[in-house]
Design a binder for this molecule. Structure first.
Ligand code: PLP
Length: 364
């Protein structure tokens, strides 16, 4: 019998591909003839190391990561990266630039200020973070240690599609909510990091992709061992016990992404999925109102309001009753949000778009 799958639009943790879950289920109590679950294997065993190294190799292949980058599997979520980045890469005699396009960039900036000086070249706060800056709106001061951006703003539903050329200044991106959703030129970034729980796998593992020349600049004298990138580089992310099951699941998601045809194919499908919903918003004559400006619209998190609050409550209640999960906007913004990550099927987006059309018909 086919598994009953919800229309899952959760923002994170979010949908995983059914094929991945079924493979994990099959292997759960006996991983490849070991007589043990993957969770029970030593992280020093050849069977686990194979899983670990294959996941790194597949991520490099899918994202086309050049050889002068290290791929790390860390713990503590993207939130720990907010602190680790400045702890390692913000020296006392420099400042870091934080482009503020949403709540997560604000949090990253707040953490950095505990370790050094930062400045804000741009914030979209005045317009409730409804847009990404145009590249000519950004200028960086001399003596900038790095520029930090949030490539997709999960809460507000905006996404960067072009990235600033920062010259010699390292560009660091929190890609937690759009990593692997479309091809990016990794060579533009000194570092990319992402919590896994949206496009990469379950929560519990955080991916960091760090360029060698940035690692070489790290200022690590008083940084605790676990919070130094070089510790994890030197030990292939096996300094201590890694989140083995999460890395295994991430590996299965990467295999799945390859079977989908890689990032070119995945981004095409993501564009089609998002268009289903944005098109309904745009054709609704104001019944639905998108939060983000059109050219900043995220393909991963679609944020919108229904024309009045009463109807919005009704929309969310009826959607829930119809089997749509996770459509409530983030508590800090309100409204509605449909997260259409890689693993959300086209059919789920199609069903939501039809539900939205129907709801408008009945209520206007
Ligand atoms: N950055 C972005 C863009 C996010 O969407 C999130 C979580 O949703 C975080 C950071 C925080 O990630 P974590 O929960 O892994 O610490």
């Amino acid at each position: 019998t086919k598994a009953q799958r919800a229309y899952n639009f959760n923002a994170g943790p979010s949908a995983l591909p059914l094929e991945v879950l079924e493979k994990a289920q099959k292997e759960l109590v006996d991983f490849q003839g070991t007589g043990m679950s993957l969770m029970e294997l030593s992280h020093r065993s050849p069977a686990y190391e194979q899983v670990h190294n294959q996941a790194i190799a597949n991520l490099k292949e899918l994202m086309n990561i050049p050889d002068n980058y290290q791929v790390l599997f860390l713990q503590g979520g993207a939130s720990t990266q907010f602190a680790m980045v400045p702890m390692n890469f913000l020296p006392a005699d420099q400042k870091a630039a934080y482009v503020l396009t949403g709540a997560w960039s604000e949090k990253a900036n707040k953490e950095a200020k505990m370790f050094g000086d930062t400045y804000v070249p741009f914030t979209s706060k005045e317009t409730n973070h409804n847009r990404i800056p145009k590249l000519d709106e950004l200028t960086f001061e001399d003596n900038t240690a790095y520029v930090h951006i949030t490539s997709n703003n999960t809460i507000f539903g905006t996404e960067w599609f072009e990235f600033p050329d920062t010259g010699d200044i390292p560009l660091i991106a929190d890609m937690s909510s759009d990593i692997m959703s479309h091809p990016v030129d990794v060579s533009k970034f000194a570092m990319i990091y992402a919590g896994a729980q949206k496009n990469l796998g379950p929560s519990g593992v955080t991916v960091a992709i760090v360029r060698d020349d940035l690692l070489a600049r790290a200022n690590i004298e008083n940084v605790p061992t676990m919070l130094r990138y070089d510790t994890h580089v030197k030990n292939n992310s096996l300094y201590n016990t890694p989140p083995t099951f999460g890395i295994y699941m991430l590996g299965l998601v990467l295999e799945w992404a390859k079977e989908q045809g890689g990032l070119e194919a995945i981004t095409k499908r993501n564009q089609e999925k998002a268009a289903l919903i944005y098109d309904v918003i745009d054709a609704s004559n104001g019944f639905y109102r998108g939060h983000a400006e059109k050219d900043s619209r995220s393909l991963m998190n679609i944020t919108f309001r229904v024309s009045n609050e009463e109807l919005e409550k009704q929309f969310l209640a009826e959607a829930k009753a119809a089997g749509f999960v996770g459509l409530n906007g983030h508590r800090s913004v309100g409204g509605c949000r449909a997260s259409t990550y890689n693993a959300v099927p086209y059919e789920a987006c199609k069903a939501l778009s039809e539900f939205m059309i129907e709801f408008q018909k009945k209520n206007s």
